[in-house]
Design a protein around this ligand. Structure first.
Ligand code: MCA
Ligand code: AMP
Length: 462
């Protein structure tokens, strides 16, 4: 039986002044609970609350405050462009926007409530039902605008407990990372995981090799791009030799980066696999073997299967278990489409399972889902913005292999009287900065099949 999400949040005896450090600002657990209590009092009863999710202590206080009050938190990427932001605020049904005093928040439809980490108020109400929503996290599909993924308190608690077991993650640890606070990786694992296990948290603001090296942690989280940058800075990498566990996830960790990490730090990184919709479901373990290119075994409670053609060993990875989401907000058809008839979640990832149960993720079923720097980006969302530009007649967006980012966003367009820079900047005016194409290629026409459907596989290489 999973304990409620926030039960272990209260300050233990001998509360540390630096239980949570974000960008150099320190909070004890008592500080955090007091400030979050003040937020809870303000937001209680709201259907949902948006959070301007910059990498600041205010974001941590806002999210914990919403969780105390039982109000689903909707993190809004702080760099999101107007179209994306307006969509998230409207679609989520959020009644308020929480932001730090110093945050520049664009005028919008919602009242902005300023969060002050120095405020104190006691919150004494009972913990909300485990089945109630903790978060609505917006994530891209292959087409259209991002969908709100509803995640229950029970799913979060179950996932964090499973990970704590797999990684031997305890209150003795100091977790270090600098990932964004609006996704599962940085926010759910990287903040709530530290709070639930009781470990200290050092958020470095940005996930730079120098900041990781200086933080002196025992447990480090990074996306493969972060680990790639760490191994390119051998002094920073060597400074991590004393850590207990280096964990990679959100995208495939290239085998050469795995080996370089081992050479420079003396440790083989733990790789784990997850999705916004499922949380983390498969991982190598602190007490188990870690292999390059392998994400390990299902966490306790998770069942996996490969939906392969008769006789084939490779196919779509499908899952069931207690960490799965409750559906896409307001989209019953998209939700049911994400499941098989017999109730398994279709990840859209292509995988294979070795004889000893180790899982390898070998690709995505759809070329329209891009992973760049660990960010999930839908090709369709960018194509729609490009097509809104008056000079663009046709657009096809793909993820092309990239040494540092895993994939980079490349847009192929049929357009006249416009430059590459114009189009990159145009996308950035509507969507998050990381959704900008890195490269724009101009074509006379998109390759199409006999039915007139664009053929992305026939696009010329970058
Ligand atoms: C970027 N830049 C550009 C362009 N794109 N400039 C001109 N044109 C462009 N098209 C700028 C950036 O704004 C930045 O500028 C500079 O170039 C470098 O950008 P970049 O190479 O992207 O590096 P970065 O800004 O240092 O970011 C790398 C990063 C970041 C830190 C690894 O991608 C990141 O935080 N990724 C984490 C994503 C994540 O948390 N995903 C988890 C999803 P300037 O330097 O001026 O800012 S959750 C998930 O996946 C599941 C559940 C799971 O399994 O975890
Ligand atoms: P997101 O919803 O942003 O969390 O992205 C989920 C996707 O990230 C998955 O469907 C996978 O394609 C990818 N992913 C996450 N972790 C890994 C990993 N360790 N190896 C390969 N792909 C991963």
């Amino acid at each position: 039986m999973t304990t409620p999400l926030l039960t272990s949040l209260a300050a233990p005896d001998g509360d540390r002044p630096d239980a949570v450090t974000v960008g150099g600002h320190r909070l004890s657990r008592e500080d955090l609970l007091g400030a979050a209590g003040a937020v809870a009092a303000r937001v209680a009863g709201a259907p949902a609350v948006a959070v301007h999710a910059s990498a600041t202590p205010e974001t941590v206080v806002a999210v914990v405050g919403a969780l105390l009050a039982g109000v689903p938190a909707v993190p809004v990427p702080p760099d999101s462009g107007p179209a994306e932001r307006a969509h998230i605020l409207r679609d989520s049904g959020a009644a308020l926007l929480l932001a730090g005093a110093g945050a520049e928040v664009a005028e919008g439809p919602l009242e902005t409530v300023r969060v002050d980490p120095a405020e104190r108020a006691e919150w004494t109400k009972a913990e909300p039902e485990p089945e109630s929503a903790a978060f609505v996290l917006y994530t891209s599909g292959t087409t259209g605008a991002p969908k709100g993924v509803v995640i229950s308190r029970r799913a979060v608690a179950a996932d964090l407990d499973a990970l704590a077991g797999a990684w031997a993650w305890t209150a003795e640890d100091t977790l270090v990372h600098g990932l964004p606070l609006f996704h599962v990786h940085g926010l759910v694992l990287g903040v709530l995981g530290a709070l639930r296990t009781g470990s200290r948290l050092v958020h470095t603001g940005k996930p730079t090799p120098a900041a990781y090296a200086a933080a002196g942690g025992s447990l480090y989280f990074g996306v493969p791009t972060v680990w790639n940058r760490v191994v390119r800075d051998p002094d920073a990498a060597r400074a991590l030799s004393g850590a207990r566990l280096l964990v990679s996830g959100s995208a495939p960790l290239p085998a050469p980066v795995f080996r370089e990490l081992e050479r420079l730090t003396g440790q083989r990184p733990v790789e784990r696999y997850g999705m916004t919709e499922t949380l983390i479901t498969v991982s190598t373990r602190a007490d188990g073997e870690r292999r390059p290119g392998s994400v390990g075994v299902p966490l306790p409670g998770i069942r996996t299967r490969i939906a392969a053609e008769e006789g084939a060993a490779i196919g779509e990875l499908q899952l069931t278990g207690p960490t799965l989401f409750d559906g896409y907000l307001g989209r019953p058809e998209a939700t049911s489409g994400a499941y098989t008839e017999d109730g398994w979640f279709r990840t859209g990832d292509i995988a294979t399972v070795e004889a000893d149960g180790f899982h390898r993720i070998v690709g995505r079923a759809s070329t329209d889902m891009i992973k760049s720097g660990g960010y999930r980006i839908g090709a369709g969302e960018i194509e729609n913005v490009l097509l809104d530009h008056p000079a663009v007649q046709e657009a096809a967006v793909v993820g092309a292999p990239h040494d540092d980012l895993g994939q980079q966003i490349v847009a192929y367009v049929v357009a006249e009287g416009v430059t590459e820079r114009d189009l990159i900047d145009f996308v950035a005016t509507e969507l998050s900065v990381h959704k900008r194409p890195r490269v724009v290629r101009f074509l006379d026409a998109l390759p199409r099949n006999a039915m007139g459907k664009p053929q992305k596989k026939l696009l010329p290489p970058v």
